[in-house]
Design a protein around this ligand. Structure first.
Ligand code: HEC
Length: 129
């Protein structure tokens, strides 16, 4: 009995760890970009040179920003990721410029769950998964 309980607890904590690690760029991050960003950031020729279309979004996010010397995404370091500053509205304090993203009038920021997914993906090393 005790052994079975211990096994169940270990399985539960393994599941929690897997959840932490398992944010998928393709199935969890890209759909947020598709719904809220792509219509302004699709060619990459305008709007900060950022292209969030499928296949190119991750590479474009890992590039250096056009608004500040900070990369848009620094794997493992959300505070060094200009994307996070743009999504939180702290881009001016981070040495950048322009509006909080997604740019809407009236403003409609990402919800906490969406921001949390993006933070977890960056913390996990911004994998191409
Ligand atoms: C209505 C159009 C519009 C929408 C929607 C929009 N953006 Fe933008 N974005 C812009 C424009 C215009 C700029 C450049 C001017 C500025 O920063 O305000 C920009 C700039 C950026 C930059 C800075 C580019 C750089 O070089 O670092 C990031 C990062 C960004 N957007 C991310 C996003 C994300 C992520 C979303 C969706 C959650 C989004 N944007 C939605 C228009 C938009």
């Amino acid at each position: 009995m005790r052994r079975r309980l211990a096994a169940a607890l270990m399985a539960a904590s393994a599941a929690t760890m897997a959840d932490e690690a398992a944010v998928s760029f393709k199935t969890q991050i890209q759909p947020i970009l598709d719904a809220q960003c792509v219509f302004c950031h699709v060619t990459g020729a305008e709007n900060g040179g950022l292209n969030l279309g499928r296949r190119v979004a991750r590479a474009s996010l890992l590039a250096v920003s056009t608004e500040t010397p900070m990369p848009r995404v620094t794997p493992g370091a959300p505070e060094q990721s200009y994307l996070i500053h743009k999504l939180r509205g702290t881009q001016l304090a981070a040495g950048g410029s322009g509006n909080r993203m997604p740019m809407n009038d009236p403003p409609r920021p990402l919800d906490d769950g969406q921001l949390d997914l993006i933070l977890r993906w960056i913390n996990a090393g911004a994998p191409d998964n």
